[in-house]
Write a protein that binds this ligand. Sequence first.
Ligand SMILES: [Mn+2]
Length: 453
Amino acid sequence: MTNTVLVLGHRNPDNDSISAAIGHAYLRTKLAERDGNPDGLVYLPGRLGPLPPESKWVLERNGIDEPILVPHVHVRVKDVMTENPVSVTADETMLEAGRLLRKLNVRSLAVRDLDGKFLGLISTRAIAERYISATDMLQEGEESSSMAVATSLIDSLTQKVGELMATNVLILDGEDLVKDAAADLIASELREGVVLDSAGRAIGIVTRSDVTNAPKRKVILVDHNESRQAAPGIEGADVLEIIDHHRIADVSTANPIRFLNLPWGSTATIVTYELRKEGFDIPRGIAEVLLSAILTDTVILKSPTTTEIDKDNASYLCDLLGVELRDFGLQVFRARGGEESISVEKFVEADSKEFLVNDNVVLIAQHETVDLEAALSREEEIRAHMCKLLNDKKYDFVLLLVTDILSEGSQFLLEGNPKIVNNSFGIDVDQQGGVWMPGILSRKKQVAARILS
Ligand SMILES: [Mn+2]
């Protein structure tokens, strides 16, 4: 486990955090293959929370495994234990056990029954104690007592392991935190604890020195560099690298590391750029994963955070995949399923603002979408909720702009008195389906300003 490097995005992962973790783990693996990997590091993408639906969609259709769920990066018992400890059966002799201990140069062996179940530990210390106890028979100046000691020692060689093993062994769980296990182990009579599997077989032995010299877990952070957003336990982990596109925050490291932070639209853009710079072929699955994240983080290259480099890398991936950017982007956003699944309250109210017009209070709400059709399929339900707000709050009218980011316009839906809106825009808003207003994207500059003037 000590050679595993977890590549982790932020808490509450979005598609960029998932995709950048997968893409960067792939890049690091390819670099290790090409440039050598003396420490035998294995790069494993992880996630700190549930998989967003669009990530699930893109991974499933490409047959790529979900990143493993990483609840924290504290050191666990399974990170420090000696795996698959050598064991002997309870009816083997002390001679056999002793020879094995010597041959393997270990201090203890697990003792098992015939089904493989753990029974106890036999240690060099138990053997030494057995020998020393034999010397109790020694009496000053009595030749016969030396013989008794020798006989006892010889007898001990054929004694069964089961008679001498320790059974008061501390049983640990592989997932236990080392800092907790350490306290238990120091308090326990024996120097070793044992980890069992569900069938009761010993799968690991942990010694006191294992827990006091526990190595830190190795991580690479992608899509964040803020400890509040990072895996619990990050302050005790060994951060090897950071790849990000956010503000520089507070993660600190003991050693100099590679910290690549660029003000581009997504971390997936940075990973794509790096894969290209290093000259690696990008397999289809990885390309789709990265493209999906460039498109979610930049809202299909429409968000103000979008740069020329995002556009260049997105179009490179589109060419490689033979897909059309907008089509693929829409598929990704549909997989996200927001329009169908969010509550009508959220749909209407999440971004709504009251304004005062001629002594009347009005509500102007906006819902941004890349899938106008799906959004408007809920018109009836949306209007019913707008009516409820209208009556509850005694608004003069409630106007909802369903803004299509891709088509760059808004559908106006209105409940209540339509006069002001109709006069301001020269339209007849009071109709089923509402009115499409091309070019209207900003509530503040293009809608409220006109209504208020
Ligand atoms: Mn991001």
